[in-house]
Design a binder for this molecule. Structure first.
Ligand code: DCP
Ligand code: MG
Ligand code: MG
Length: 469
């Protein structure tokens, strides 16, 4: 059923087989099973970029003396990343500081809890890619997808086929054999040249190196991009899809299969990617419903027709902090004030006026770690909203702290004992105030300054889906 050695057509043929199977399933009653690849071009060219040891690179740019020493970026007791000098000495991402120091006593540590510089650089990279192509989608801080299908079609029209070659590596293909394949895959061959140009632009303009993957869809581009690291790129040919999927060490390695999904798959007895490929679609539908079953089956086969969705201006701005225990109203108020101060500063730089405020808390729960967030929201009065986006932001902090504490009291009885492990403050319903505040041309204008280097924090930005720019 899953033989895919020879061509993309075979992949499609195989899908049809199991799609039919899903459609015949008694669980697909609504006819909601999406047929694949109906709207996407036959030969998409998708690039995936992932910067090398990102936080460490930013620190090395800020302080070039760090370039040649083993460098680890520390958040709490963890090395969230380290440069490649440190990796050569056995340090790995997400190692404890103790283990990392054991492996490499000379390791230089830089605190990485203040994300300001990483965030700024992250948006500059996205902006740079956007200046070449409108279809850019951010994925985390150091990754971007770019759909260059149209650019390639234009280039192809003016490129003599005889001159085609690949830049960089071709997955599972010796370099001596790669160029012979270029004429069979002209889009991907040209895509590899565009990827090299974009990597060069990122390097020459921003000083950053990174890896790129070139493939026919987002899933495969992401999977192939890290094949050779650092500062290299790899193209995946359709005939190697089976190889790259088969080489994954488990289901969790498939982008899009998270912890919970993997657990449910494991409960069905599925551990390897091949297990999922071969699992009867009807049984998968029974467990996940038709849409998710289809998606999972597709992913296991390396099929992904999800579009590169341009990342626009954020729809909301929020900030949060997590901690072991917070149990007094005074601490809560101080934390909210601290979070709001930096959030209001970010909001002011954004230029839009927020109309909704939301407070989220997480109560300690030994049993239900994943679903213990609670939130309340309310409109922001116009006069307060105006202060947020003007110079009188101190007033805004005071007024919003009081709003936040009212929301807080709706979730927590402060006269009884409580135990919080997280507080999140969020502005949404962001509206442009007028011609002077609008029209900021780049994503970089959503840089967020001024966050304080406290305990582990995740900055959350809800991205608005906009059309191509
Ligand atoms: N990061 C983090 N916490 C994690 C994972 C990552 O803070 N659990 C941060 C630090 C990384 C950045 O995100 O620098 C990007 O993550 P990557 O997984 O892409 O790792 P790097 O870019 O650091 O290294 P690589 O060269 O392997 O891509
Ligand atoms: Mg990454
Ligand atoms: Mg990276």
């Amino acid at each position: 059923m899953l033989a895919m050695e020879n061509s993309e057509d075979e992949v499609e043929a195989d899908e049809t087989e199991w799609k039919q199977d899903l459609k015949d399933s008694p669980f697909v009653v609504s006819g909601s099973l999406n047929l694949l690849k109906t709207t996407t071009p036959a030969h998409r060219v998708i690039l995936h970029f992932d910067l090398d040891c990102f936080y460490a690179q930013v620190e090395m740019l800020r302080n070039p003396a760090l370039r040649d020493v083993p460098l680890g970026i520390q958040q709490k007791y963890i090395i969230v990343t380290c440069n490649y000098v440190a990796r050569q000495q056995g340090v790995a991402k997400l190692m404890s500081v103790t283990d990392a120091k054991d492996k490499c006593p000379q390791l230089v540590l830089v605190k990485g809890e203040d994300l300001t510089h990483y965030r700024e650089m992250s948006y500059q990279v996205t902006d740079l890619l956007l200046s070449f192509c409108p279809l850019v989608e951010r994925l985390g801080f150091d990754e971007n997808y770019v759909d260059i299908t149209e650019m390639i079609a234009r280039r192809l029209a003016r490129t003599p086929q005889a001159n085609l070659s690949f830049k960089g590596h071709v997955y599972n293909t010796a370099s001596a054999d790669a160029d012979a394949k270029a004429s069979s895959h002209p889009e991907l061959a040209l895509g590899s040249h565009v990827a090299a140009e974009l990597r060069e632009a990122i390097h020459s303009r921003l000083g950053l190196t990174g890896c790129a993957g070139i493939a026919a869809n987002k899933l495969l581009a992401k999977l192939v991009s890290g094949t050779f690291k650092p500062n290299q790129q790899t193209t995946l040919l359709p005939e190697s899809v089976d190889d790259i999927m088969g080489a994954l060490s488990g289901l969790r390695k498939i982008p899009g299969v998270g912890h919970q999904t993997a657990k449910r798959l494991q409960a069905l007895g599925l551990v390897s990617v091949q297990d999922l490929q071969l699992f009867p679609p009807t049984d998968l539908v029974r467990e996940f419903g038709a849409p998710a079953a289809t998606r999972l089956k597709n992913l296991s086969l390396g099929v992904d027709d999800s579009p590169v969705t341009p990342t626009g201006a954020p729809q909301s701005l929020s900030d949060e902090d997590s901690f072991k225990k917070m149990s007094s109203a005074k601490e809560v108020m101080e934390k909210i004030e601290q979070l709001l101060s930096s959030l209001i500063e970010r909001m002011r730089k954004d230029g839009r006026q927020p109309h909704t405020f939301r407070l989220t808390i997480r109560k300690y729960s030994a049993t239900n770690k994943w679903h213990s967030r609670e939130s309340r929201q309310c409109p922001i009065p116009n006069h307060v909203g105006q202060k947020i986006s003007s110079a009188s932001s101190d007033d805004a902090v005071v007024q919003l702290v009081s709003v936040a504490m009212k929301l807080f009291s709706k979730m927590v009885d402060t006269h009884a004992a409580f135990h919080l492990t997280l507080i999140n403050v969020c502005f949404s319903n962001l509206q442009t105030r007028g011609p002077s505040a609008s029209g900021r041309g780049s994503i970089t204008s959503f840089f967020v300054h001024g966050s304080s280097p406290k305990t582990h924090r995740r900055l959350l930005i809800g991205w608005q889906r906009t059309g191509c720019r």
